[in-house]
Design a protein. Structure first.
Length: 611
């Protein structure tokens, strides 16, 4: 795992003042690779690399060139099939000078060109400068585990693993795209391919980029294409899933440095650790964190899994000093990001780094295997209910009922039907959009001091969110929601959080449940197989019943969350008021300060939970 940065003049040669920025650009992401740096420059391009040495520790320094020094690569990530691919390339006449997976990508590019990313199994973002053809080729892994930001500034393509690297260029302008703020308030992030900066774009997952002849081309090389076709009996499916996960974990155990795992109280990370214990031949090292108080603490469940798998376990109960970490966490994202679980992810990464350099995690099981019960189960009920409210008249009736239905957290959960009625007043794609918005668009607009009675379909991020949902060919609304989550929510929220919070501590994180083969397998399964009896993650639960202690299934799932509600009423109350609500604050230029103050006062008094 590493950090990359680079410059490529679209019309060549490169401005020397811009080329000289490669070193400060690289220094800005030192945390991603504390083990060394490397550079390449010529009259057209400049490449920089920060190294976290994992494979071929002694010989894999980057940038790496081909045999005659005409093609150069910088790479961030891991390629798990590099050994068989290397053997194929050697048979075709390529000569290697290192044992690194980086060099395998380089020779694959010479052999296969733009088809190279489709031949790689792993997580990656890389850039290859081809001197002979005077072009730059870059790619990002299928699911977006590794980041790739780019901007064209003064006719020079700038790219890096983090936005902060681009700040070091003399061509940097830093103009904000304030139209992205509405998306941030509604979703909690700015969805790709946009960023909060007008000039900066994110290369989409499963895409490559080619800069040549004065222009830039982006193209998709992978997508999930098969849905609902695997109708085999559940026991047969379960055996294949068991084999796939066993292989996915084994593939991710290659390392020349200490390797372990994050262990929460859930079944996803527990399964990963159990497969590690089978494959490693020694007890895996596991790390867990939890905040004091049962609402945000799964340490007891994690300890049960650790004992059953025989892991060497390190558990940490957190009493965080928020003033010490907030600035570091915010700065790591380089743009607004509102997932509060970044805080415990920061701490579990910090704790794990005391013992290992590589950690496996259970991320990815929810999107592929129907884990978000709070969203997918209502979506399933809504699909059934739509048969009884057909067409425009039925949607209008549901909308009228939603407007008069009482909304209160004091109501018993079965009577909280306002949101479901709201969703039934729209088609399923619109309902998915509204569910994904944790702050509804009308409320986000009102918070910005804009009219709240907007048509959310006119918002500039509406198509970004609903496009994947609408193009999914499955007849299941749940499957379509999972696919959209895989394409929108996961690469823009959980994977961003894990990458930035782990790399702050120079820790590599690998996700077996996001193996391409596991994901494609999961989407071939119909919803009734993955959510039998409307129980989320049914297949993973069945595997867990074989491999993990039975008592885990009886313990409540608490989630990897932070006590934001209590922090805002207590330790950060004053800081929030000073930074966000004070006259002349930067926030006051983009929000209605009076409305925000009213919500904050309600929250502090305990009248509403606006956390």
């Amino acid at each position: 795992m590493c950090g990359i940065s680079g410059l490529f003049a679209l019309d060549g040669p490169i401005d020397p003042s811009i080329s000289a920025a490669i070193r400060p650009m690289n220094d800005a992401i030192r945390h991603r690779g504390p083990d060394g740096d490397g550079f390449f420059t010529d009259q057209r391009a400049a490449l920089g690399h920060r190294r976290l040495a994992i494979i071929d520790v002694s010989g894999g320094a980057q940038p790496i060139s081909n045999e005659d020094g005409t093609v150069w690569i910088v790479f961030n990530g891991e390629v798990y099939n590099h050994l068989p691919l290397r053997a194929e390339l050697i048979a075709r006449g390529h000569q290697f000078k290192t044992r690194s997976d980086t060099e395998t990508i380089l020779h694959a590019y010479e052999e296969f060109g733009t088809d190279t990313p489709a031949r790689l199994e792993g997580m990656f973002a890389f850039a290859i400068y081809d001197q002979r053809r005077q072009r730059l080729f870059a790619a990002r892994d299928r699911l977006g585990k590794k980041p790739f930001f780019f901007a064209v500034l003064d006719r020079t393509l700038h790219f890096a693993s983090e936005i902060r690297s681009l700040f070091a260029s003399p061509a940097w302008k830093g103009d904000l795209d304030l139209s992205s703020f509405g998306a941030y308030l509604s979703l909690g992030y700015v969805p790709a391919p946009r960023s909060v900066f007008r000039d900066v774009r994110k290369l989409m997952p499963g895409h490559w980029l080619l800069a040549a002849d004065g222009r830039i081309e982006e193209r998709e090389y992978w997508d999930v294409t098969e849905f609902d076709t695997d109708r085999r009996p559940a026991p047969v499916v379960l055996e294949e899933l068991d084999a796939l996960l066993r292989q996915a974990v084994a593939d991710r155990l290659e390392s020349e440095v200490p390797l372990g795992a994050f262990l929460s109280g859930g079944i996803d990370s527990g399964l990963i650790v159990s497969y590690m214990a089978d494959s490693m031949g020694r007890p895996p090292v596991t790390t867990s964190v939890g905040f004091g108080g049962s609402e945000h603490n799964e340490l007891a469940a994690a300890a049960i899994t650790a004992k059953s798998t025989g892991s060497t376990h390190f558990a940490h109960t957190l009493t965080p000093k928020l003033d010490d970490v907030f600035d570091t966490i915010v700065r790591a994202f380089s743009e607004p990001f509102a997932d509060s679980s970044a805080v415990p992810t920061y701490y579990v990464s910090q704790a794990a780094r005391q013992h290992v350099t590589v950690a496996l995690s259970g991320d990815g099981g929810d999107e592929s295997f129907s884990g978000y019960d709070f969203r997918y189960v209502p979506h399933a009920y809504e699909q059934r209910a739509r048969r009884f409210v057909p067409g425009a008249p039925g949607r209008a009736l549901a909308g009228a009922a939603a407007r008069v239905w009482p909304r209160s957290q004091a109501l018993p959960r079965p009577l909280r039907l306002g949101t479901i009625l709201d969703n039934l007043s729209h088609d399923s794609a619109d309902a998915y959009f509204l569910d994904l918005c944790f702050l509804k668009p009308r409320d986000a607009h009102a918070l910005m001091g804009l009219p709240g009675d907007i048509d959310f379909r006119t918002l500039d991020f509406y198509d970004t969110v609903t496009g994947p949902y609408r193009r999914c060919p499955s007849s299941s609304d749940v499957q379509r929601a999972q696919y959209a989550d895989l394409k929108v929510y996961m690469p823009n929220d959980p994977l961003v959080k894990v990458d930035r919070m782990s790399m702050v501590h120079s820790l590599e994180v690998r996700c077996p449940l996001l193996d391409r083969r596991v994901v494609e397998f999961a989407f071939r399964l119909p919803t009734e197989t993955k959510m039998a009896g409307l129980q989320g993650k049914r297949l993973l639960r069945d595997l867990a019943s074989r491999r993990l202690p039975a008592e885990l299934s009886r313990m409540p799932k608490l989630g990897f969350t932070a006590p934001v509600r209590d922090w805002l009423r207590g330790p950060v109350r004053g800081a929030f008021a000073d930074e966000v609500l004070a006259p002349g604050s930067a926030t006051s230029t983009v929000v209605d300060a009076g409305r925000l103050r009213g919500a904050f006062d309600q929250h502090v008094r305990g009248e509403r939970d606006h956390s």
